[in-house]
Design a binder for this molecule. Structure first.
Ligand SMILES: [Zn+2]
Length: 498
């Protein structure tokens, strides 16, 4: 009987899917031997004597541990206590949902996940005030680039807005304040979210929480967090502090007294720069105007000169960068900044890319960190708001064909923290009864899996492994989406067992 926390010595009778499979002579089950958190050996089942604790998988499949390369961890963890607005089809309906919702223990009401770009009516201050009265009420857009507050909440936060909507930096500030719950409550939520991630085979994530994460993660590990690896980002408002403290991308950030199960999990990630807005808030910087809004080309929230300066500073300090760029104008500006500074890192989202920019990613070694489920969630909004654009929307196949290194993620809470959902979206480009949206942009299952892992199943690699009930390489879209994950191992230690 194996359970969470156990150290596995031998995985018996498992079929390898994904990276590493090409080294085997046939598809027969193998035994994987683990020593000191590393895959020591792989042999045909029964060929060698088992060592240590045995995990018999009875012919199930093994994939390298999965990564979600874009997560807002605290926001995702707290989403569990917020009112879900994903089903709201109008502003009136969203206001009605908030009217019926119970307040949080602190007396406020917080809802998240609305998509006003598909509403026929507009959010207004009158509407939300009528339904929620004097209870401070906050509605967070699915894309987090806007928030809709009632008058009581605006007063409490010290903001003025004629329609109650705050956008971009003001919206981020509201999210930061709402996420700044006391450490005990936030850490408990992150601990629970980590366990849910492990249930989906996750062994690592990149944390884009908009806060000083360098102390939060070691504190969580000290209090028992051991679910997965973390690369945490730094935001420009903390860049000076990060440099002063000598933080460099890739460095371990840990407490020597941390419990051994959690030691070595936390590393410094990239400097995160949000260089434009979003599609849903109609602020992503594009070449052509938004449909029905002739003067609106979106905004470069960080002007090119400032972007270059930030990349220069980060590079000199030993930090990689992750540049949020959604519109094609923002993607071009980001690639320009990578070109002049020789910075290392990713472009996050890349939802609209000029044909001429595809090859630049590969030439510059810039990783495209993309969220395939967004293409499906935004499918109808794209048809409405980006009808005039001539660049490629939500490219995956086009980037792959150009030789670009792809990494998949969820942008949780925008989409669920579940790499299987991301892989299914990449492979099928549909999640309803419609055919695939731009089928030429589909990835193969093997490509989607590779873009969701950092390691392979070969001797010498870390024993970060997920055991699945189906072969991911032959599973249908629906099977990928609901993939049964029976066991997850992190350095050979069980983090999930069902
Ligand atoms: Zn994000």
């Amino acid at each position: 009987m194996t359970q969470v926390g156990d150290l596995v010595g031998t995985i018996v009778a498992v079929r390898i899917a994904g990276e590493g499979r090409e080294f085997l002579v046939d598809d027969e089950p193998v035994d994987i031997f683990i020593e000191d958190g590393t895959i020591a050996d792989i042999a045909p089942t029964g060929a060698l004597r088992t060592r240590g604790e045995v995990l018999d998988t009875a012919g199930a499949w093994a994939v390298p541990g999965l990564w979600d390369n874009h997560v807002h961890t605290v926001q995702w963890a707290l989403a569990a206590e917020r009112v879900s607005l994903g089903s709201a089809e109008s502003a009136a309906q969203a206001a009605g949902i908030m009217a019926a919702a119970p307040p949080l223990p602190d007396g406020r009401k917080v809802g998240a996940g609305y998509r006003d770009a598909i509403w026929a009516d507009a959010p207004t201050l009158d509407l939300i005030d009528q339904r929620t009265g004097e209870t401070p009420t906050y509605l967070i857009n699915a894309d987090v680039h806007s928030t809709w507050l009632n008058s009581a909440a605006l007063r409490l936060e010290g903001y003025v807005s004629p329609d109650g909507v705050l956008r971009e930096e003001d919206a981020f500030e509201i999210s930061r304040r709402l996420n700044a719950v006391d450490a005990a409550r936030g850490d408990a939520a992150v601990l629970a979210a980590g366990e849910r991630a492990a249930m989906r085979g996750v062994t690592g994530l990149v944390d884009f929480d908009m806060a000083w994460n360098a102390d939060a993660w070691p504190r969580r590990v000290a209090s028992g967090f051991a679910a997965h690896r973390v690369e945490f980002s730094i935001y420009p408002f903390d860049l000076r502090r990060a440099i002063d403290e000598g933080l460099q991308t890739g460095d371990l950030r840990e407490d020597a007294d941390a419990p051994s199960a959690g030691r070595g999990l936390i590393r410094v990630g990239p400097l995160k720069i949000i260089s434009d807005g979003s599609l849903g808030t109609r602020t992503a910087a594009c070449s052509h105007a938004y449909s029905g809004d002739p003067g609106n080309f979106g905004v470069l929230t960080v002007p090119p000169a400032e972007l270059t300066a930030l990349l220069t500073t980060a590079t000199a300090a030993g930090l990689s960068v992750a540049v949020h760029a959604i519109g094609d104008r923002a993607v071009t500006a980001a690639l320009d900044a990578f070109t002049t500074t020789e910075a290392v890192g990713t472009i996050e989202h890349a939802q609209l890319v000029r044909h001429g920019d595809l090859a630049r990613f590969a030439r510059l070694g810039v990783v495209a960190s993309v969220q395939p489920q967004h293409a499906l969630d935004d499918r109808d909004i794209v048809g409405r708001l980006w009808a005039e654009q001539t660049s490629i929307g939500y490219p995956l196949g086009a980037l792959r064909d150009a030789g670009v290194d792809l990494r998949l993620g969820s942008d949780a809470p925008v989409a669920a923290l579940d790499p299987w959902q991301a892989m299914a979206a990449a492979v099928t480009r549909t999640d309803d009864d419609r055919g695939p949206w731009h089928p030429e942009e589909r990835l193969t299952a093997a490509q989607a899996l590779r873009a969701s892992a950092r390691t392979s199943l070969r001797p010498g690699q870390p024993a970060d492994i997920a055991i699945t009930g189906l072969d991911p390489l032959t599973a249908s879209g629906a099977e990928l989406r609901g993939m049964p994950v029976t066991v997850t191992l992190l350095e050979g230690r069980i983090t999930h067992a069902s």
